[in-house]
Design a protein around this ligand. Structure first.
Ligand code: ZN
Ligand code: ZN
Length: 496
């Protein structure tokens, strides 16, 4: 309102328009006729009209997903990014960009204020406040409810329920029965991206980690091996736990479909809604499923990360993270951060209004700091430990990383070019002017073959000072190389 009073324009970025109908409605009510909404269902013609009307200043407020950051608003006074930690602000196709970075540049060049909103700010944003580049403003009250939900951590090493393949512990089943009998609703969150299993120790709960990168490794079914996609290390599934020496190293992972059939068996009279990538084709696929769930009485909502976000279900009183290990053990330097965010969001779904909520977090690795601090809704405790980990291992926000992607329909071309690039970049970065730049061994991508193309990747890392410039310059020299026909190279700065 203040920006508008001063005759300035306003840009609001949201992760996905289809998921935020209430917010759009509130803006349209408050600023009638002033709001342009950019969403993916606009035809090219509508998109152009929208762009033109923004350029002419007819609509001084723009709400949209990441590409709206480029809208030609004159006299920009304020940019807001809601849920700034979301991966969807990173464009993973050409042109590749991070909307928050563009927003930061625009706000600096055009003298606008930039506000990032999040219940669980990204480590990058948090670190900027530590360095005095941004200011932290905290809302101390939890919106919509007076008290935190009651949180239970279920230790799967003790409470393994083989009747449900370990997916639903007896304690959780009982809480579900009680809630459903009162016509309340249950949310079950399972972060399973279909193909991946987690390799972990059933005794101490630790995921098997890459010894040099200190993060979980990805299990490749075809080769029955563990791979680290950061440094390229490949190894067999160990017979003994590297952490405690126990012999019970297991591969663990079940998907949402399996969970759905277990729920149907245990709760035959209850509405069950499954929401994941397979079930939500079309931009408004989610909305229909969510409506069905909201309008049902006793019901169970099953899903992957998309269900953990922002929705308000007044009768939802039990929410559960079924396998925290699947998130914590991922081959991703941000595994703990993403796990913390998702666990916190899932916990935040239960009991948002007058009904009291219960939250269950099931895991083998119950002592992990991300899990403990999510259960306590303690962001400062999490961030302190996680920043320490990143600092020690020289991960962002204490360095800049980039990925060079190599893909081709011919597997051999990929392998050869990956090796060639590695050799070339290693010899280049050995020179004094490239001091502080590291090139890691190329590795097969987590999805090794996608849409008929084989994929390799190589990581680059540089110190924070001038790192972006150095890595971009390296990429420019690489992108000029002659490569076999059909082979594609890509570059992602700060991969999510
Ligand atoms: Zn162990
Ligand atoms: Zn590694």
């Amino acid at each position: 309102q203040e920006a508008r009073n001063r005759g300035k324009t306003v840009l609001l970025l949201v992760p996905e328009i289809a998921l935020t109908p209430q917010m759009v409605g509130q803006f349209e009510q408050r600023f009638p006729g002033d709001v342009a909404v950019m969403h993916s269902r606009l035809t090219p013609r509508q998109r152009y009209d929208c762009w033109e009307s923004i350029r002419l200043g007819r609509q001084p407020i723009v709400i949209g997903a990441r590409s709206a950051v480029f809208m030609p608003l004159a006299d920009l006074g304020l940019i807001m990014i809601d849920e700034e930690q979301e991966e969807s602000y990173q464009s993973d196709m050409s042109p590749r960009y991070q909307a928050a970075t563009i927003a930061r540049l625009r706000s600096r060049n055009e003298g606008a204020v930039l506000v990032l909103g999040s219940a669980t700010p990204s480590l990058e944003s948090y670190q900027r406040t530590e360095e005095g580049k941004s200011r932290m403003l905290s809302l101390q009250e939890r919106p919509g409810t007076a008290s935190l939900p009651e949180t239970h951590i279920v230790d799967l090493r003790r409470d393994w329920n083989s009747d449900t393949d370990g997916l639903l512990s007896l304690e959780l089943i009982q809480a579900m029965q009680e809630a459903l009998a009162r016509d309340e609703q249950v949310l079950l969150f399972l972060n399973r991206r279909g193909f991946a299993s987690t390799c972990l120790c059933k005794d101490c709960g630790e995921a098997v980690q890459c010894p040099s990168c200190a993060i979980g490794m990805t299990y490749h079914l075809q080769r029955n091996q563990l791979v680290c996609h950061y440094c390229g290390l490949t190894q067999n599934v160990p017979e003994h736990c590297p952490s405690c020496g126990d012999e019970h190293v297991i591969l663990y992972g079940a998907g949402t479909q399996k969970l759905e059939s277990i729920c149907e068996r245990l709760f035959p009279a209850v509405t069950i809604v499954r929401m994941d990538q397979d079930m939500t084709s079309g931009a408004y696929g989610h909305a229909k499923l969510l409506k069905r769930f909201r309008e049902a009485g006793a019901a169970i909502l099953i899903g992957t990360q998309m269900i953990a976000k922002g929705h308000d279900f007044p009768r939802l009183t039990v929410s559960a993270v079924l396998s925290a290990d699947q998130m914590l053990g991922r081959n991703d330097i941000r595994a703990a951060e993403k796990a913390f965010q998702l666990m916190t969001q899932t916990a935040g779904r239960a009991g948002r209004q007058e009904l009291a909520g219960k939250v269950y977090i099931q895991a083998f690795n119950v002592d992990h700091y991300a899990l403990q601090s999510a259960a306590a809704q303690d962001y400062p405790a999490f961030v302190e430990q996680e920043l320490n980990f990143r600092r020690v291992l020289r991960y962002p926000p204490f360095s800049v990383m980039a990925t060079i992607g190599i893909s081709s329909e011919r597997e051999e071309d990929c392998r050869q070019i990956a090796a060639h690039l590695y050799e070339k970049l290693s010899s280049m970065t050995g020179l004094p002017e490239w001091q502080g730049v590291e090139v890691l061994q190329p590795a097969r991508s987590a999805l090794y073959k996608l849409q008929g193309r084989w994929r390799w990747q190589m990581l680059l890392r540089a110190g924070k000072d001038g790192g972006v410039r150095k890595l971009s310059t390296l990429w420019q020299s690489v992108s000029l190389l002659r490569v076999p026909q059909g082979l594609r190279l890509s570059f992602i700065l700060d991969p999510a």
